[in-house]
Ligand binder design. Structure first.
Ligand code: C5P
Length: 240
């Protein structure tokens, strides 16, 4: 149903949740696995619904999704649900197109956050949004790399180390002005760029992006072992 987004003044959050999560090896998409009796998507959603600057949350799910309807509070007036695509970048592009079609102003602040990162903290979200407001340019949470990074060729031969001082791990949320995300992600889809986050699209489109050091507990649940670690962090945060 078309809604009028032209009066939105706060931040819009986009939560891509249309992945299959094959690497976890479960019988359902990883965002619907539970930790302490709550789904990963529900835990992630709560972080954004309880974050005052966020006025609207766009959840992107698979067109074949059978689980979302069972989620408690999915009727929340702050939430809209739209269909995703085959790749993460397509899912995000669908969300941005939906916002564009419904009149979201170009200057709206947009945060994009993986459904698979339920441990993101209020503290990190505040620091990100403060950085965005101060500098009026795109920014994202990131972490320095502790391990030595060895580059491999296509046959898995070790070519030698990368300079880890010049490398960070890109986390989410990632934040930019709506029109900047829209232009960058749409170009990435049109040009079939093999990207796995939204900062990559911004940089490819020539945008200046600032990093904000994030917390190490903001893990992306990817393999089965990550569930126990996420549960540990969420208990520490007294969320579950
Ligand atoms: O696969 P990966 O862990 O990198 O996915 C990151 C996030 O992107 C997940 O929350 C996943 O549900 C979402 N995603 C999506 N559409 C896809 C693939 C992944 O929304 N086609």
């Amino acid at each position: 149903m078309p809604i009028d987004l032209s009066t939105i003044k706060g931040t819009v959050a986009i939560i891509p949740a249309a992945g299959i999560g094959e690497r976890v090896g479960a019988n359902k998409p990883k965002q619907y696995l539970t930790i302490g009796g709550r789904t990963i998507l529900g835990l992630t959603l709560d972080k954004f619904l309880n974050f005052d600057p966020v006025e609207l949350v766009v959840i992107v799910v698979s067109p074949n999704d059978q689980y979302l309807a069972n989620l408690r509070y999915i009727e929340n007036a702050k939430i809209v649900v739209i269909d995703g695509g085959n790749e993460r970048v397509e899912s995000v592009n669908n969300a941005l197109s939906y916002l564009f079609d419904n009149g979201l102003p170009d200057d709206t602040a947009v945060m994009i956050h993986d459904a698979a990162r339920p441990c993101v903290t209020h503290e990190d979200m505040v620091r990100l949004i403060e950085t965005f407001n101060q500098n009026q340019k795109a920014c994202f949470l990131a972490l320095p790399v502790a391990d030595t990074l060895q580059q491999l060729d296509d046959e898995q031969r070790v070519l030698g180390p990368l300079d880890r001082r010049n490398i960070v791990r890109a986390l989410t949320p990632q934040m930019a002005r709506f029109a900047d995300f829209k232009h960058a992600v749409e170009s990435a889809v049109i040009n079939k760029l093999p990207i796995t986050d939204d900062v990559s699209a911004l940089v490819a489109a020539g945008q200046d992006v600032q990093m904000v050091i994030g917390r190490a507990d903001n893990i992306k649940i990817t393999v089965a072992d990550d569930l126990a670690l996420a549960e540990f962090y969420l208990r520490q945060q007294q969320v579950v």
